[in-house]
Design a protein around this ligand. Structure first.
Ligand SMILES: [Zn+2]
Length: 304
């Protein structure tokens, strides 16, 4: 990405934000400034603003709470419509010698639903795959595509399935299946055409935030929602190893002492599917603006 001086970059992003807003006609709006927190890119798109519809697609009960519950709490407080899709039952996540998978899945489902209530998530859908046994399959892509067509989210948060570092196979498979569903499957009606029999049309997601990313480029300030995040994490009693609210509060106090005034953030890798083209300042013709998301299409092989 080429560097420009900050003055012309500010002008550029203002024009782009206006153009983006005109073209989108969506519940997701874009402000020209400030630039996304933590972004090193001069050409970074403007922050994601709502209220809008969001879908959080994760592998296990508790993934969302640890990765992005502050962002979810913020969005719900701002009137966003947020739904969860949890692909597995999390039925292997225990060190208890007496625990059985079915019992653990039932416990974890209740914990997940409790966390959703704390955050204000409207719907929590569990697909019930066995923990550790997901594959990046046609079946999973189809299920995710159907839920995207049903709920029509503007923004999706999922795992970064493309990161090179060590990761759980369910995290990787869910992240990749979700991205493949988002582009181009959910948009093109001839994929999983039987969805039309249910009255589900094609849909386009505008923004994707990849959680657990090795190279995050977008941050959400969750300082105000940190306590809510802790409340949601603590709903996962079977997974927090006996940690209490006091433990979280003490760790936060130590951090604040070390880094006074620093906001608490959740960080993501962001893909803006209708991101404006990074070239000189002519307004694009509508037909051109509606071209496929080349940034997204190109990005996957590079990062895989
Ligand atoms: Zn997980």
């Amino acid at each position: 990405m080429s560097k420009k001086n900050s003055k012309s970059s500010t002008k550029t992003s203002k024009k782009k934000a206006a153009a983006l807003k005109d073209r989108q006609g969506s519940a997701v709006t874009a402000k020209a400034s400030p630039a996304p927190i933590g972004s090193a890119q001069q050409e970074a798109p403007p922050p994601i603003e709502g209220p809008a519809r969001a879908m959080v697609i994760m592998a296990h009960p508790d993934d969302a709470e640890f990765l992005c519950a502050g962002t979810i709490a913020k969005w719900c407080a701002e009137g966003w419509d947020v739904s969860y899709v949890v692909v597995t039952g999390g039925d292997k996540g225990t060190h208890d010698d007496a625990m059985h998978p079915e019992k653990l899945a039932a416990i974890r489902e209740e914990e997940q639903r409790a966390a959703c209530r704390v955050l204000g998530v409207k719907e929590c859908i569990l697909l019930g795959y066995p923990d550790g046994f997901t594959s990046e399959s046609q079946e999973l892509r189809g299920q995710i595509t159907r839920l995207l067509r049903l709920h029509k989210p503007d923004v999706v948060i999922t795992w970064d399935g493309f990161r090179g570092a060590f990761n759980h196979r369910d995290h990787r498979n869910v992240g990749v299946a979700t991205m493949d569903a988002i582009y181009p499957i959910v948009r093109d009606r001839l994929f999983y055409q039987h969805h039309e029999e249910e009255g589900l049309g094609s849909h386009q997601v505008n923004e994707v935030l990849l959680a657990g990313a090795a190279e995050p480029d977008y941050a959400v300030d969750i300082t105000e929602y940190w306590e809510k995040k802790v409340d949601a994490i603590l709903c996962h009693t079977s997974q927090v190893g006996g940690r209490t609210r006091e433990d979280f509060v003490r760790e936060r106090a130590e951090r604040d002492k070390r880094e006074p005034g620093k906001p608490v953030e959740e960080r993501f890798r962001r893909w803006s599917i209708r991101r404006p083209q990074t070239r000189p300042q002519q307004e694009q013709a509508p037909a051109e603006a509606a071209k496929p998301p080349e940034t997204l299409a190109r990005a996957k092989p590079q990062r895989g």
